[in-house]
Design a protein around this ligand. Structure first.
Ligand code: URA
Length: 210
């Protein structure tokens, strides 16, 4: 994957995203749509997974057929909203290993602080897909990728539902080697760090909190 940012403009993705943005959409439907869109985005973000061949026999003849190579990929949820994207990817890649990164924002320094980090072993030999629905300022995403690199990851992709130009720029500055796949590049961040037009607080909408 060479492009730094890929916006998946497939009609199904865009249709489902519009339903998710609508403030009248229920928690249950929001969660279901996020899972469905993530499946479609996962198809795009896993392009370029390493392949090998396996010798098999079809009912007709023998052949060397393509099959995924190497270690199972690692899927890493950036807590808590990233959890809403896990099932969509796991539906397509059930054998993926799963990790979690928890970060909160220090109210004085405004910098992300780690409170949880648990990832599969052998990250350096796996494709790592970090998931977080909202790439807003990019500060926590960049910090999460820092932690994954410190843990040995070298092939990292970032999968989100919405991206703000500010977040994409921050990620490009900090991690130009990490391609981003998203369903939309929205207009801007507002003064409170929300994506505009966005969809509000993704965590609150998927978990029914306020
Ligand atoms: N996180 C969200 O959940 N929504 C935004 O708009 C920005 C960050």
């Amino acid at each position: 994957m060479s492009e730094h940012l890929t916006v998946v403009d497939h009609p199904l993705v865009q249709h489902k995203l519009t339903l998710m943005r609508d403030k009248g959409t229920s928690t249950a439907t929001f969660r279901q749509l996020l899972r469905e869109i993530t499946e479609l985005l996962a198809y795009e973000v896993t392009r370029g997974l390493p392949m090998t061949t396996r010798h098999i026999e079809t009912p007709m003849e023998e052949m060397d057929a393509p099959i995924l190579a190497g270690k199972k990929l690692a899927l890493v949820s950036i807590l808590r909203a990233g959890n809403g994207m896990l099932d969509g990817v796991l539906e397509l890649i059930p054998s993926a290993r799963v990790g979690f990164v928890g970060l909160y924002r220090d109210e004085e320094t405004l910098q992300p602080v780690q409170y949880y980090f648990k990832v599969p072993e052998g990250l350096k030999d796996r494709m790592v897909i970090a998931v977080d629905p909202m790439l807003a300022t990019g500060n926590s995403s960049a910090a999460a990728v820092d932690l994954l690199k410190q843990a040995g990851a070298t092939d990292i992709r970032f999968l989100c539902l919405l991206a703000a130009p500010e977040g994409v720029a921050r990620m490009k500055e900090a991690h130009s080697d990490v391609p981003i796949v998203t369903a939309s590049l929205d207009r801007e961040l507002n003064s409170k760090g929300y994506i505009m037009p966005g969809l509000g607080d993704a965590g609150d909408r998927m978990f029914g909190t306020k």
